[in-house]
Ligand binder design. Structure first.
Ligand code: ADP
Length: 393
Protein backbone atom coordinates (compact mmCIF):
# COMPACT_ATOMS: atom_id res chain seq x y z
CA UNK A 1 0.00 0.00 0.00
CA UNK A 2 2.86 2.34 0.90
CA UNK A 3 4.72 1.56 -2.33
CA UNK A 4 1.58 2.19 -4.41
CA UNK A 5 0.96 5.48 -2.60
CA UNK A 6 4.57 6.66 -3.13
CA UNK A 7 4.29 5.67 -6.77
CA UNK A 8 1.06 7.62 -7.33
CA UNK A 9 2.65 10.64 -5.58
CA UNK A 10 5.60 10.38 -7.96
CA UNK A 11 3.10 10.50 -10.86
CA UNK A 12 1.52 13.68 -9.56
CA UNK A 13 -1.60 12.25 -7.95
CA UNK A 14 -1.77 14.37 -4.83
CA UNK A 15 -5.43 13.83 -3.99
CA UNK A 16 -5.08 10.51 -2.16
CA UNK A 17 -3.93 9.91 1.41
CA UNK A 18 -2.91 6.70 3.10
CA UNK A 19 -5.05 5.28 5.93
CA UNK A 20 -3.44 6.21 9.24
CA UNK A 21 -2.15 3.38 11.46
CA UNK A 22 -2.32 3.30 15.19
CA UNK A 23 1.38 2.83 15.98
CA UNK A 24 4.70 1.39 14.93
CA UNK A 25 7.20 2.23 12.15
CA UNK A 26 4.62 1.79 9.37
CA UNK A 27 2.38 4.35 11.10
CA UNK A 28 5.27 6.87 11.27
CA UNK A 29 6.10 6.31 7.59
CA UNK A 30 2.42 6.60 6.57
CA UNK A 31 1.96 9.86 8.41
CA UNK A 32 5.27 11.18 6.94
CA UNK A 33 4.08 10.32 3.42
CA UNK A 34 0.67 11.92 4.10
CA UNK A 35 2.25 15.14 5.30
CA UNK A 36 4.60 15.09 2.30
CA UNK A 37 1.52 14.85 0.05
CA UNK A 38 -0.05 17.77 1.99
CA UNK A 39 3.04 19.96 1.60
CA UNK A 40 3.41 19.05 -2.06
CA UNK A 41 -0.17 20.00 -2.88
CA UNK A 42 0.18 23.24 -0.88
CA UNK A 43 3.40 24.04 -2.78
CA UNK A 44 1.81 23.27 -6.11
CA UNK A 45 -1.27 25.38 -5.45
CA UNK A 46 0.83 28.33 -4.24
CA UNK A 47 2.99 27.99 -7.35
CA UNK A 48 -0.20 28.00 -9.48
CA UNK A 49 -1.35 31.15 -7.66
CA UNK A 50 2.09 32.75 -8.27
CA UNK A 51 1.85 31.80 -11.95
CA UNK A 52 -1.59 33.32 -12.42
CA UNK A 53 -0.49 36.42 -10.49
CA UNK A 54 2.54 36.77 -12.80
CA UNK A 55 0.31 36.24 -15.83
CA UNK A 56 -2.11 38.95 -14.61
CA UNK A 57 0.78 41.38 -13.96
CA UNK A 58 2.33 40.71 -17.37
CA UNK A 59 -1.03 41.08 -19.11
CA UNK A 60 -1.67 44.41 -17.36
CA UNK A 61 1.74 45.87 -18.18
CA UNK A 62 2.03 48.45 -20.92
CA UNK A 63 5.67 47.43 -21.44
CA UNK A 64 6.29 44.44 -23.69
CA UNK A 65 8.12 41.58 -21.96
CA UNK A 66 9.65 38.45 -23.50
CA UNK A 67 11.73 35.91 -21.56
CA UNK A 68 13.79 33.22 -23.29
CA UNK A 69 15.89 30.30 -22.10
CA UNK A 70 19.59 29.88 -22.92
CA UNK A 71 18.65 28.43 -26.32
CA UNK A 72 16.54 31.50 -27.13
CA UNK A 73 13.30 29.55 -26.91
CA UNK A 74 10.50 31.85 -25.72
CA UNK A 75 9.42 31.04 -22.14
CA UNK A 76 6.88 33.80 -21.84
CA UNK A 77 5.69 36.83 -23.80
CA UNK A 78 2.94 39.24 -22.80
CA UNK A 79 0.26 40.69 -25.05
CA UNK A 80 1.96 44.12 -25.11
CA UNK A 81 5.14 42.55 -26.53
CA UNK A 82 3.05 40.92 -29.26
CA UNK A 83 1.34 44.21 -30.06
CA UNK A 84 4.56 46.23 -30.15
CA UNK A 85 6.73 43.75 -32.02
CA UNK A 86 3.98 42.48 -34.27
CA UNK A 87 3.58 38.77 -33.33
CA UNK A 88 0.98 36.56 -31.68
CA UNK A 89 2.02 36.33 -28.02
CA UNK A 90 0.06 33.18 -27.16
CA UNK A 91 1.36 30.98 -29.97
CA UNK A 92 4.92 32.29 -29.51
CA UNK A 93 5.59 30.35 -26.28
CA UNK A 94 8.06 27.53 -26.87
CA UNK A 95 9.12 28.84 -30.29
CA UNK A 96 12.62 30.15 -31.07
CA UNK A 97 13.03 33.92 -30.92
CA UNK A 98 14.32 34.19 -34.50
CA UNK A 99 11.14 32.57 -35.79
CA UNK A 100 8.87 35.02 -33.99
CA UNK A 101 10.63 38.42 -34.18
CA UNK A 102 10.74 40.15 -37.54
CA UNK A 103 12.83 43.15 -36.58
CA UNK A 104 16.33 42.70 -37.96
CA UNK A 105 18.03 45.13 -35.53
CA UNK A 106 16.45 43.51 -32.50
CA UNK A 107 17.38 39.99 -33.63
CA UNK A 108 20.96 41.10 -34.19
CA UNK A 109 21.08 42.56 -30.67
CA UNK A 110 19.65 39.42 -29.09
CA UNK A 111 22.24 37.24 -30.80
CA UNK A 112 25.17 39.11 -29.18
CA UNK A 113 26.38 37.74 -25.87
CA UNK A 114 25.39 39.68 -22.78
CA UNK A 115 28.00 39.45 -20.07
CA UNK A 116 26.65 38.69 -16.60
CA UNK A 117 24.48 41.44 -15.12
CA UNK A 118 24.94 43.79 -18.08
CA UNK A 119 22.10 45.39 -19.98
CA UNK A 120 21.90 46.62 -23.53
CA UNK A 121 19.43 49.18 -24.80
CA UNK A 122 18.53 49.79 -28.43
CA UNK A 123 16.10 52.11 -30.19
CA UNK A 124 14.05 50.55 -32.95
CA UNK A 125 11.24 51.66 -35.21
CA UNK A 126 9.07 52.65 -36.71
CA UNK A 127 7.22 49.31 -36.47
CA UNK A 128 3.65 49.93 -37.63
CA UNK A 129 4.23 53.61 -36.89
CA UNK A 130 5.55 53.10 -33.33
CA UNK A 131 9.06 53.74 -31.98
CA UNK A 132 10.43 51.47 -29.24
CA UNK A 133 13.23 51.43 -26.73
CA UNK A 134 14.21 47.82 -26.03
CA UNK A 135 16.30 46.77 -23.02
CA UNK A 136 17.94 43.35 -23.11
CA UNK A 137 19.19 41.80 -19.89
CA UNK A 138 20.29 38.42 -18.66
CA UNK A 139 18.39 36.49 -16.07
CA UNK A 140 20.03 33.58 -14.33
CA UNK A 141 18.43 30.53 -12.80
CA UNK A 142 20.34 28.37 -10.29
CA UNK A 143 19.98 25.20 -12.35
CA UNK A 144 20.09 26.34 -15.99
CA UNK A 145 22.33 28.47 -18.17
CA UNK A 146 21.20 32.16 -18.12
CA UNK A 147 18.28 33.21 -20.27
CA UNK A 148 17.33 36.63 -21.59
CA UNK A 149 14.63 39.19 -20.77
CA UNK A 150 13.59 41.60 -23.49
CA UNK A 151 11.64 44.62 -22.24
CA UNK A 152 10.14 46.95 -24.88
CA UNK A 153 8.95 50.45 -24.04
CA UNK A 154 6.88 52.58 -26.43
CA UNK A 155 8.72 55.88 -27.01
CA UNK A 156 6.57 57.12 -29.90
CA UNK A 157 5.26 60.10 -27.91
CA UNK A 158 8.76 61.14 -26.84
CA UNK A 159 10.08 60.82 -30.41
CA UNK A 160 7.11 62.87 -31.74
CA UNK A 161 7.56 65.49 -29.02
CA UNK A 162 11.25 65.73 -29.89
CA UNK A 163 10.38 66.16 -33.59
CA UNK A 164 7.82 68.86 -32.74
CA UNK A 165 10.39 70.64 -30.60
CA UNK A 166 12.96 70.58 -33.42
CA UNK A 167 10.35 71.80 -35.91
CA UNK A 168 9.38 74.62 -33.54
CA UNK A 169 13.00 75.72 -33.07
CA UNK A 170 13.52 75.61 -36.87
CA UNK A 171 10.33 77.67 -37.38
CA UNK A 172 11.30 80.26 -34.77
CA UNK A 173 14.78 80.62 -36.27
CA UNK A 174 13.29 81.03 -39.72
CA UNK A 175 10.76 83.63 -38.52
CA UNK A 176 13.43 85.60 -36.68
CA UNK A 177 15.84 85.49 -39.58
CA UNK A 178 13.56 87.46 -41.94
CA UNK A 179 13.32 90.71 -39.92
CA UNK A 180 16.93 90.43 -38.73
CA UNK A 181 18.19 90.08 -42.32
CA UNK A 182 16.08 93.06 -43.40
CA UNK A 183 17.28 95.25 -40.51
CA UNK A 184 20.91 94.31 -41.13
CA UNK A 185 20.63 94.81 -44.91
CA UNK A 186 18.97 98.23 -44.76
CA UNK A 187 21.27 99.45 -41.97
CA UNK A 188 24.27 98.54 -44.15
CA UNK A 189 22.76 100.29 -47.17
CA UNK A 190 22.21 103.38 -45.05
CA UNK A 191 25.76 103.26 -43.72
CA UNK A 192 27.13 102.97 -47.27
CA UNK A 193 25.62 106.31 -48.29
CA UNK A 194 21.85 105.97 -48.58
CA UNK A 195 21.51 107.93 -45.34
CA UNK A 196 22.42 111.07 -47.31
CA UNK A 197 19.63 110.42 -49.80
CA UNK A 198 16.66 112.60 -48.76
CA UNK A 199 14.16 110.19 -50.31
CA UNK A 200 15.68 106.71 -49.77
CA UNK A 201 17.09 107.48 -46.32
CA UNK A 202 13.77 107.96 -44.46
CA UNK A 203 12.17 105.12 -46.47
CA UNK A 204 14.88 102.64 -45.42
CA UNK A 205 14.65 103.82 -41.82
CA UNK A 206 10.89 103.20 -41.88
CA UNK A 207 11.53 99.65 -43.17
CA UNK A 208 14.01 99.04 -40.36
CA UNK A 209 11.48 100.31 -37.84
CA UNK A 210 8.75 98.06 -39.26
CA UNK A 211 10.95 94.97 -39.02
CA UNK A 212 12.09 95.86 -35.52
CA UNK A 213 8.39 96.11 -34.63
CA UNK A 214 7.78 92.65 -36.13
CA UNK A 215 10.74 91.29 -34.17
CA UNK A 216 9.27 92.69 -30.97
CA UNK A 217 5.82 91.22 -31.72
CA UNK A 218 7.42 87.83 -32.40
CA UNK A 219 9.32 87.82 -29.13
CA UNK A 220 6.24 89.04 -27.19
CA UNK A 221 4.01 86.37 -28.76
CA UNK A 222 6.58 83.63 -28.13
CA UNK A 223 6.88 84.64 -24.50
CA UNK A 224 3.09 84.76 -24.05
CA UNK A 225 2.72 81.35 -25.65
CA UNK A 226 5.46 79.88 -23.50
CA UNK A 227 3.88 81.38 -20.38
CA UNK A 228 0.39 80.01 -21.11
CA UNK A 229 1.77 76.62 -22.13
CA UNK A 230 3.94 76.32 -19.03
CA UNK A 231 0.85 76.76 -16.87
CA UNK A 232 0.27 73.27 -15.52
CA UNK A 233 -1.75 74.27 -12.49
CA UNK A 234 -5.21 75.77 -12.89
CA UNK A 235 -4.80 79.37 -14.02
CA UNK A 236 -5.50 82.23 -11.66
CA UNK A 237 -9.12 83.29 -12.15
CA UNK A 238 -11.36 85.95 -10.72
CA UNK A 239 -14.80 87.34 -11.64
CA UNK A 240 -14.30 89.48 -14.75
CA UNK A 241 -16.68 92.23 -15.90
CA UNK A 242 -16.76 91.11 -19.53
CA UNK A 243 -18.72 94.11 -20.81
CA UNK A 244 -16.03 96.46 -19.50
CA UNK A 245 -13.18 94.26 -20.74
CA UNK A 246 -14.63 94.06 -24.28
CA UNK A 247 -15.35 97.81 -24.39
CA UNK A 248 -11.75 98.51 -23.34
CA UNK A 249 -10.34 96.23 -26.06
CA UNK A 250 -12.66 97.75 -28.68
CA UNK A 251 -11.59 101.26 -27.64
CA UNK A 252 -7.93 100.29 -27.92
CA UNK A 253 -8.42 99.04 -31.50
CA UNK A 254 -10.71 101.85 -32.61
CA UNK A 255 -7.92 104.10 -34.06
CA UNK A 256 -6.57 101.26 -36.28
CA UNK A 257 -10.07 100.46 -37.52
CA UNK A 258 -10.69 104.15 -38.15
CA UNK A 259 -7.55 104.36 -40.29
CA UNK A 260 -9.12 101.71 -42.54
CA UNK A 261 -12.49 103.42 -42.33
CA UNK A 262 -13.99 100.30 -40.83
CA UNK A 263 -17.05 100.18 -38.61
CA UNK A 264 -16.11 98.61 -35.29
CA UNK A 265 -18.97 97.70 -32.96
CA UNK A 266 -19.04 96.28 -29.46
CA UNK A 267 -22.42 94.59 -28.85
CA UNK A 268 -22.35 93.51 -25.24
CA UNK A 269 -25.45 93.59 -23.00
CA UNK A 270 -24.72 95.58 -19.86
CA UNK A 271 -26.29 92.89 -17.64
CA UNK A 272 -23.91 90.16 -18.80
CA UNK A 273 -22.98 88.05 -15.77
CA UNK A 274 -19.36 88.16 -14.65
CA UNK A 275 -17.23 85.41 -16.11
CA UNK A 276 -14.81 83.55 -13.87
CA UNK A 277 -11.63 83.90 -15.89
CA UNK A 278 -8.09 85.13 -16.08
CA UNK A 279 -8.64 88.70 -17.13
CA UNK A 280 -5.18 89.23 -18.73
CA UNK A 281 -5.40 86.08 -20.84
CA UNK A 282 -8.96 86.82 -21.91
CA UNK A 283 -8.05 90.36 -22.92
CA UNK A 284 -5.11 89.04 -24.92
CA UNK A 285 -7.30 86.50 -26.77
CA UNK A 286 -10.07 89.00 -27.65
CA UNK A 287 -7.44 91.54 -28.67
CA UNK A 288 -5.78 88.99 -31.01
CA UNK A 289 -9.13 88.13 -32.63
CA UNK A 290 -9.99 91.79 -33.09
CA UNK A 291 -6.52 92.54 -34.43
CA UNK A 292 -6.96 89.80 -37.07
CA UNK A 293 -10.48 90.94 -37.96
CA UNK A 294 -9.15 94.46 -38.66
CA UNK A 295 -6.09 93.15 -40.54
CA UNK A 296 -7.99 90.77 -42.79
CA UNK A 297 -10.95 93.03 -43.56
CA UNK A 298 -10.59 95.54 -46.40
CA UNK A 299 -11.23 99.24 -46.01
CA UNK A 300 -14.81 100.17 -45.18
CA UNK A 301 -15.62 96.72 -43.73
CA UNK A 302 -17.59 95.99 -40.56
CA UNK A 303 -16.29 94.25 -37.44
CA UNK A 304 -18.32 93.38 -34.38
CA UNK A 305 -17.58 91.95 -30.96
CA UNK A 306 -20.55 90.37 -29.20
CA UNK A 307 -20.95 88.37 -26.00
CA UNK A 308 -23.78 86.27 -24.56
CA UNK A 309 -24.39 83.49 -22.08
CA UNK A 310 -25.73 80.19 -23.35
CA UNK A 311 -26.07 76.97 -21.31
CA UNK A 312 -23.65 78.06 -18.57
CA UNK A 313 -21.07 79.09 -21.15
CA UNK A 314 -19.99 82.58 -22.07
CA UNK A 315 -19.66 83.00 -25.81
CA UNK A 316 -17.58 85.87 -27.16
CA UNK A 317 -17.92 86.33 -30.89
CA UNK A 318 -15.66 88.41 -33.11
CA UNK A 319 -17.14 88.69 -36.60
CA UNK A 320 -15.93 90.48 -39.74
CA UNK A 321 -16.99 90.75 -43.37
CA UNK A 322 -13.42 90.52 -44.61
CA UNK A 323 -11.48 88.24 -46.96
CA UNK A 324 -12.49 84.97 -45.24
CA UNK A 325 -10.46 81.77 -44.95
CA UNK A 326 -10.41 78.96 -47.56
CA UNK A 327 -11.95 75.68 -46.24
CA UNK A 328 -8.65 73.76 -46.70
CA UNK A 329 -6.82 76.18 -44.40
CA UNK A 330 -9.49 76.37 -41.69
CA UNK A 331 -8.37 73.28 -39.72
CA UNK A 332 -4.78 74.54 -39.61
CA UNK A 333 -5.03 78.24 -38.74
CA UNK A 334 -4.64 77.58 -34.98
CA UNK A 335 -1.23 75.91 -35.54
CA UNK A 336 1.82 77.94 -34.65
CA UNK A 337 3.18 79.97 -37.57
CA UNK A 338 0.46 78.78 -39.94
CA UNK A 339 -0.74 81.53 -42.26
CA UNK A 340 -3.01 81.36 -45.27
CA UNK A 341 -0.93 83.94 -47.08
CA UNK A 342 2.53 84.26 -45.57
CA UNK A 343 3.60 87.47 -47.28
CA UNK A 344 0.24 89.19 -46.65
CA UNK A 345 0.45 88.29 -42.95
CA UNK A 346 4.05 89.55 -42.70
CA UNK A 347 3.20 92.76 -44.55
CA UNK A 348 0.56 93.38 -41.88
CA UNK A 349 3.02 92.71 -39.08
CA UNK A 350 1.52 89.28 -38.33
CA UNK A 351 3.57 86.68 -36.47
CA UNK A 352 1.44 83.61 -37.20
CA UNK A 353 1.10 83.05 -33.46
CA UNK A 354 -2.00 85.10 -32.66
CA UNK A 355 -4.59 82.33 -33.08
CA UNK A 356 -2.32 79.82 -31.39
CA UNK A 357 -2.38 82.06 -28.31
CA UNK A 358 -6.20 82.32 -28.55
CA UNK A 359 -6.48 78.50 -28.67
CA UNK A 360 -4.25 78.12 -25.61
CA UNK A 361 -6.20 80.75 -23.67
CA UNK A 362 -9.43 78.87 -24.48
CA UNK A 363 -7.90 75.55 -23.38
CA UNK A 364 -6.52 77.06 -20.18
CA UNK A 365 -10.14 77.99 -19.32
CA UNK A 366 -11.44 74.51 -20.30
CA UNK A 367 -13.12 76.23 -23.25
CA UNK A 368 -12.95 76.14 -27.03
CA UNK A 369 -12.56 78.45 -29.99
CA UNK A 370 -14.61 77.76 -33.11
CA UNK A 371 -14.27 79.45 -36.48
CA UNK A 372 -16.74 79.70 -39.34
CA UNK A 373 -15.67 81.45 -42.49
CA UNK A 374 -16.54 81.98 -46.14
CA UNK A 375 -14.01 83.28 -48.64
CA UNK A 376 -14.94 86.80 -49.72
CA UNK A 377 -17.74 87.06 -47.15
CA UNK A 378 -16.01 87.08 -43.78
CA UNK A 379 -15.16 85.12 -40.67
CA UNK A 380 -16.59 84.61 -37.18
CA UNK A 381 -14.49 83.40 -34.27
CA UNK A 382 -16.43 82.19 -31.21
CA UNK A 383 -14.53 81.88 -27.96
CA UNK A 384 -16.55 79.76 -25.54
CA UNK A 385 -15.63 79.40 -21.89
CA UNK A 386 -17.57 77.87 -19.01
CA UNK A 387 -19.09 80.47 -16.66
CA UNK A 388 -17.78 78.47 -13.70
CA UNK A 389 -14.62 76.36 -14.02
CA UNK A 390 -15.39 72.59 -14.19
CA UNK A 391 -13.57 71.95 -10.89
CA UNK A 392 -15.99 74.22 -8.99
CA UNK A 393 -19.26 73.08 -10.57
P1 ADP B 1 -1.13 86.22 -38.10
O1 ADP B 1 -0.14 86.90 -37.23
O2 ADP B 1 -0.55 85.80 -39.42
O3 ADP B 1 -2.40 86.98 -38.23
P2 ADP B 1 -2.70 84.29 -36.65
O4 ADP B 1 -2.28 83.06 -35.90
O5 ADP B 1 -3.40 85.35 -35.87
O6 ADP B 1 -1.42 84.82 -37.37
O7 ADP B 1 -3.65 83.84 -37.83
C1 ADP B 1 -3.25 82.77 -38.69
C2 ADP B 1 -3.79 83.00 -40.09
O8 ADP B 1 -5.21 82.84 -40.09
C3 ADP B 1 -3.55 84.38 -40.63
O9 ADP B 1 -2.26 84.47 -41.22
C4 ADP B 1 -4.66 84.54 -41.64
O10 ADP B 1 -4.29 83.92 -42.85
C5 ADP B 1 -5.80 83.72 -41.04
N1 ADP B 1 -6.78 84.58 -40.33
C6 ADP B 1 -6.87 84.78 -39.00
N2 ADP B 1 -7.93 85.58 -38.70
C7 ADP B 1 -8.51 85.89 -39.86
C8 ADP B 1 -9.67 86.66 -40.22
N3 ADP B 1 -10.40 87.29 -39.33
N4 ADP B 1 -9.99 86.72 -41.55
C9 ADP B 1 -9.25 86.08 -42.48
N5 ADP B 1 -8.17 85.33 -42.20
C10 ADP B 1 -7.80 85.23 -40.92
Amino acid sequence: ELTQFADSLAHGDLAHRIRPRASGEIATLSSALNSMADSLSKLLSSSAIEQSRLKAILAAMSEGIIATDDQQQILLANAAAGRMLDFDAESAIGRPLWEVLRTEDLLKATSCRLDGGKQRSIQIGPISGRFLEVVLSQFSSPSNAPGMVIAAHDTTETVRYEELRKEFVANVSHELRTPITAIKGFAETLRCGAIQDPQQGPRFLAIIEKHAELLKSLVDDLLDLAQIEAQTDPIHRSPVDLAKLINDVVELHAPTAQQKRQILRGEVPADLPAVFANSDYLERAISNLLDNAIKYTPEGGTISVAARVEKSRTIIEVADNGIGIPPDDLPRIFERFYRVDRSRSRAMGGTGLGLSIVKHVAQAHAGTVIVTSTVGKGSTFALEIPLIPPAQQ
